[in-house]
Write a protein that binds this ligand. Structure first.
Ligand code: 13P
Length: 253
């Protein structure tokens, strides 16, 4: 059985005071013996402090992005080994905001996954179509292209501990989540595509759904056969919402 993952992508939100309050609320109300892996991904500058506050808790730490290069003259970038050094175990790669706002190509995302996996970080590879792609019936084509670029460069080994997150761009921050059936369709497609390369790894790969997941819709999304948890944006900034989502993931699978 696949161990679910719930990851909170805080994006560019928070402050030292707000993060401390959020973490304190998460820790004081978090159930014991969680089956789901629970990850929080604060902005880079807050990682070290979050690591300190989360020490000894079931929460794991993740970065929101990573440089494809290992070190050197890359002003503003943060390497995989630096993320490891401050306590990260996971890292998001290829989030649609990086792809669309910062023009990250499929090939760059693949190099980021490669760099992360090479340093022992578990990548959470994001894929997902824009509304125009869905309306034109190109959802599977877009997701296949994004996924294949990574599988070509990295193989499938990173999926053993890492994850794929299906995040339809039209569902991110819009309040309009994919229906459970829409999510299941793409998740099953992703699993089949991985299985064409390695059936054992495909069966073990956690495929997370992201895009307007809330306390009120998490259970029905996570009940789908190929949905193994979620990548949560806005709702991860509210402790009670995030803990309800986490409890829903704990029951899935
Ligand atoms: P929302 O949950 O705010 O829609 O964001 C999803 C997301 O982008 C997580 O990475």
């Amino acid at each position: 059985m696949r161990r679910p993952i719930v990851a909170g992508n805080w994006k560019m939100h928070g402050s030292r005071a707000e993060n401390a309050e959020l973490i304190e609320n998460l820790l004081s109300h978090c159930p014991e013996n969680l089956r789901a892996a629970c990850v929080v991904c604060p902005p880079f500058v807050y990682l070290q402090e979050a690591a300190r506050l989360l020490r000894g808790s079931p929460f794991l730490l993740g970065g929101q992005d990573v440089c494809a290069e290992s070190h050197g003259a890359f002003t503003g970038e943060v390497s995989a080994s630096m993320l490891k050094d401050v306590g990260c175990e996971y890292v998001i790669a290829g989030h649609s905001e990086r792809r669309l706002l910062y023009r990250e190509s499929d090939q760059l995302v693949a190099r980021k996954v490669h760099a992360a996996h090479g340093k022992g970080l578990q990548p959470i590879l994001c894929v997902g179509e824009q509304l125009a792609d869905r309306d034109a019936g190109r959802t599977h084509d877009v997701v296949a292209r994004q996924l294949d670029a990574v599988l070509e460069l990295c193989g499938t080994a990173f999926l053993e501990q890492g994850a794929v997150a299906y995040e339809p761009v039209w569902a991110i921050g819009t309040g309009r989540n994919a229906t459970p059936e829409q999510a299941q369709d793409v998740h099953a497609f992703i699993r089949t595509r991985i299985a064409a390369r390695d059936a054992r790894i495909a069966a073990a790969t956690r495929i997370l759904y992201g895009g307007s997941v809330k306390a009120g819709n998490a259970a029905e999304l996570f009940a789908m056969a190929d949905v193994d948890g979620g990548l949560i944006g806005g709702a991860s900034l509210k402790a009670d919402e995030f803990l309800t989502i986490l409890a829903a993931a704990d029951k899935c699978g």
